[in-house]
Design a protein around this ligand. Structure first.
Ligand SMILES: [Zn+2]
Length: 404
C-alpha cells in the first residue's frame, strides 16, 4: 500500500506502536503454568523486586525455576526506581551474568526491572504482585530520586516480552493497592479525553473511548470487587487496572498523554510527607484537582458535576479526596506551593490542559477539592460528563448511575 496522500502529515511520519506485551498469561496459578514461556528467555534470570514482593513471589516462582533448572538470583531494587538503584541492579546483572530479567512487584519494582532490562538489552518478564498500577504492561518507566521525588519518565522501545498475571499472587496484596490501582486507571479517561479528545487519529480515538469504557467498568464494579476479593468481579477489576489501563496507554501512545492528575502527583512526590501514599492515591486526588482547575479557570460546569460524582465514589471505596486524606493536614503553604510549582514547570503534562495555569491556581485547586459544586450532578449520567466536546460513542456501558 502506498502511503501517498494529498494531506500533509501533522506529526512525524513514523509512529512506533508499543501496544502490548508479546505474550500475556493470566489466571489463578498462572505462574505455575508459565514455566515453558519463562524458560525460553534464558537460564539465568535476575529476579528484581522489593523486599516484600520477593518474599511473596518465592513460593509461587521457586518451583517453576527449579523445574526448569533456572539459575535465578533475587535482587532488591532498593528504596525507589532511582538512578542509584538502577546502577546497583546493573552490577547485579553483570555479577550474576543474567540473560533475562523477571520483574516482580508493583509500579516501582517493575519500572526499575523494565528500565534496567532495556539498558542491558535483556528480555523482560513482568509479574505484578498487586493491581496498583499498569506498570507490568507498559513501555514506560518513571525514575525517582533516592528519596522518592519524581524526576522524569523514560519511554521504552517495547512492552515487556511476557506478562504473567497470577490472581493468587495479586490476592496477597493489601486491599489498598487495588483501590490505588482503580484511582490510577480512572485517570486515563479524565486525562486522555483532555489531551487527545480532539484527535482524528484512529488509534488515539480508540484509546480515548476505551478509557471511558474502563472508567465505567471501574465505577460499576469496584465496590463489589473490593468486597469480594478473588471473585469474578474482583478479577474483572484487576484486569481493568493491570491490563486494560495498559492497553489504553499502549494504543494511545505518545499522543494520548497524561495531564494535570499525574502532574499533581509528580508535584506531591516532591514532599517527603507524601511518600506514604501510593501512586494511584495521589493520582486520584490529582483528578479532582484537575477537574477543579477546569471548573475554576475554564468555567467548565460538567467538570464540576464529574467532581461531585467522583467524590461520592471515592468515599465509597476509600480514595483520598483532600490533602488531609493524603496525610497532609499540616502541610505548610510554602511546601504546597513548591509542589504546585513542580507541577507547573516547563514541559510538565499539566500544560496539556487547554488553558494556561499558574502555581497559584494549582494551589487554589488543591485546597478546594471539596468545594461546593456548580451544578447538581444528580440528573447527569456519566456519559461525556467532564468533557462535552466528546462525541457520543458506542460505549458498551452507557447508562451508568453511581449517584445514591
Ligand atoms: Zn499513573
Amino acid at each position: 500500500m502506498s502511503s501517498s496522500s494529498s494531506l500533509p502529515a501533522t506529526d512525524s511520519p513514523l509512529i512506533t506502536a508499543m501496544i502490548a506485551p508479546a505474550q500475556v498469561l493470566r489466571g489463578a496459578g498462572a505462574i505455575a503454568q508459565a514455566g515453558d514461556a519463562i524458560a525460553r528467555f534464558g537460564q539465568r534470570p535476575l529476579v528484581i523486586g522489593g523486599d516484600r514482593t520477593l518474599k511473596v513471589i518465592k513460593p509461587f516462582l521457586n518451583p517453576v525455576l527449579k523445574q526448569h533448572s533456572l539459575q535465578a538470583q533475587p535482587a532488591s531494587y532498593g528504596a525507589d526506581c532511582s538512578e542509584t538503584g538502577l546502577a546497583t541492579l546493573k552490577e547485579a546483572i553483570a555479577q550474576h551474568q543474567a540473560d533475562f530479567i523477571i520483574g516482580v512487584g508493583g509500579g516501582k519494582a517493575l519500572d526499575a526491572a523494565k528500565l534496567v532490562a532495556y539498558q542491558c538489552q535483556l528480555p523482560i518478564v513482568t509479574m505484578p504482585t498487586s493491581a496498583a498500577t499498569c506498570a507490568a504492561w507498559t513501555a514506560l518507566s518513571n525514575v525517582y530520586s533516592d528519596v522518592g521525588a519524581f524526576q522524569y519518565d523514560v519511554g521504552l522501545p517495547r512492552c515487556p516480552d511476557l506478562l504473567v498475571l497470577d490472581y493468587d499472587v495479586v490476592q496477597t496484596a493489601p486491599r489498598r493497592t487495588l483501590v490505588a490501582g482503580i484511582g490510577d486507571a480512572l485517570a486515563k479517561w479524565y486525562e486522555a479525553s483532555v489531551s487527545s479528545g480532539h484527535s482524528q487519529q484512529t488509534l488515539v480515538i480508540a484509546a480515548v473511548q476505551q478509557a471511558r469504557v474502563l472508567r465505567d467498568i471501574l465505577l460499576q464494579k469496584a465496590v463489589a470487587a473490593l468486597d469480594n476479593p478473588g471473585s469474578e468481579t474482583w478479577r474483572d477489576v484487576v484486569d481493568a487496572t493491570v491490563l486494560m489501563a495498559g492497553v489504553i496507554g499502549g494504543m494511545g501512545g505518545a499522543q494520548c498523554r497524561t495531564v494535570a492528575a499525574h502532574a499533581v502527583h509528580n508535584g506531591l512526590t516532591q514532599l517527603p510527607e507524601c511518600h506514604d501514599s501510593l501512586h494511584g492515591e495521589k493520582v486520584a486526588y490529582g483528578i479532582l484537582v484537575q477537574l477543579r482547575l477546569e471548573e475554576m479557570v475554564a468555567g467548565n460546569r460538567l467538570a464540576s458535576a464529574a467532581r461531585q460524582q467522583l467524590s461520592q465514589f471515592y468515599r465509597q471505596i476509600g480514595l483520598p479526596e483532600t490533602l488531609q486524606d493524603l496525610g497532609l493536614a499540616d502541610i505548610r503553604l510554602s511546601d504546597l506551593y513548591r509542589a504546585a510549582e513542580f507541577a507547573c514547570r516547563p514541559g510538565s503534562d499539566i500544560h496539556h490542559l487547554p488553558f494556561p495555569v499558574t502555581p497559584e491556581q494549582v494551589v487554589a485547586a488543591m485546597v478546594s477539592t471539596q468545594a461546593p459544586t456548580l451544578v447538581a450532578a444528580a440528573n447527569l449520567s456519566f456519559e461525556g460528563a467532564a468533557h462535552p466536546s466528546q462525541p457520543p460513542s458506542p460505549t458498551v456501558i452507557t447508562d451508568l448511575e453511581v449517584d445514591a
